[in-house]
Ligand binder design. Structure first.
Ligand code: GTR
Length: 331
């Protein structure tokens, strides 16, 4: 009898030890992952991150969650990318343009007039090339999880309508922190000023910059539209957003949880795509309502020709040029 009771106590103790070691032992440890986004709370990328958080919570029984720091609470895009690389930030949603100096393949996606249409862009990102580019992040300390839509970027400025590259002469144009974008602006005959996203409104209102370039939702949600009325639909890039995890945070997940995170990221991208189309349409209408002057007859071909030399400089023969050629061949 006594031996039996001792056995039972031992069994209880043993299962407690197993439980504690499971909880403490890496994979099973409950964790809140910190995610950075430069956009505001209602912006589709932030809403997509919140969707991912919900899916991760549901599928891990609440063991894991994602706390989303929107509106640059964790810093400007370039800094947050650096912090993600060293593992101080767990998840990052950024434009692929500032990622170019960390992951060369990301820069390819930010090249001007690479994609013929949104359909072409989606075919590339949703297919094997998209997977290959996401996988390329791993060599640089990030785990690429998914791409988010970001539409086409166009110029807007405070000075005059821009129809052809010559109209940009002498204008100071804000660009993302990306060498490629700086060179692109110079090829158009304007002066490039790299500024973090959070400083563009002040830059426009104080005249430090005359213009910037972005998609419709960013043009409107930042209120740049109220300062820089002359909008020109140059649609020079279709730079997508990318969602990455730090290699350090990834290492803390076991194989099953990694699968959950990947799948949740992909589903959040689908949600994001629906939201995006609505936001783009709504933002374009809101821009008109806010007094934007939409320039007629923008000569996109002239812009494409003027920026073509960028490819020589940023796409050396070999891996990257091959990637560009394969992207172009996608029907
Ligand atoms: C937006 C993008 C942001 C940021 C911003 C910028 O379209 O969503 O992540 O890159 O552009 O121009 O800095």
């Amino acid at each position: 009898m006594r031996a039996c009771a001792r056995g039972a106590v031992l069994a209880v103790l043993l299962s407690a030890v197993v439980l504690v070691s499971q909880v403490l032992g890496g994979a099973a440890r409950a964790r809140e992952f910190r995610a950075a986004d430069t956009q505001t709370a209602d912006y589709p990328t932030v809403q997509a991150l919140l969707t991912m958080d919900r899916l991760v919570r549901e599928r891990t029984g609440g063991r894991h969650s994602i706390k989303v720091f929107h509106s640059r609470q964790l810093g400007e895009e370039k800094e947050t990318i650096e912090q993600t690389r060293v593992g101080a930030i767990d998840i990052n949603r950024s434009s692929t343009a500032p990622f170019a100096s960390f992951v060369p393949e990301a820069g390819v996606l930010a090249l001007p007039y690479l994609f013929r249409s949104v359909e072409h862009l989606h075919k590339v990102l949703d297919g094997p090339i998209g997977d290959e580019i996401l996988a390329s992040f791993e060599a640089y300390g990030f785990v690429g999880l998914a791409f988010y839509d970001s539409g086409a970027r166009s110029f807007y400025n405070t000075v005059r309508p821009i129809r052809v590259p010559a109209d940009m002469a002498g204008l100071r144009i804000r660009v993302q922190q990306s060498d490629q974008m700086i060179v692109m602006i110079r090829l158009l005959g304007a002066e490039a000023i790299a500024l973090p996203y959070g400083q563009v409104t002040t830059g426009l209102s104080t005249g430090i910059v005359d213009g910037a370039e972005n998609n419709w939702p960013s043009y409107v949600s930042t209120d740049h539209v109220k300062l820089a009325r002359f909008h020109s639909a140059t649609e020079h890039t279709m730079t997508p957003e990318v969602l990455v995890m730090s290699a350090r945070a990834w290492a803390a997940l076991d194989a099953a949880d990694r699968q959950i995170f990947r799948q949740a990221a992909r589903e959040s991208a689908l949600y994001m795509r629906q939201q995006w189309f609505e936001w783009e349409g709504r933002s374009r209408a809101a821009a008109r309502g806010a007094g934007a002057v939409l320039t007629e007859g923008v000569d996109k071909k002239a812009f494409a020709d003027a920026v073509a030399p960028l490819y020589e400089q940023f796409v050396p023969p070999g891996r990257l040029r091959d990637l560009v050629e394969r992207i172009r061949m996608v029907e």
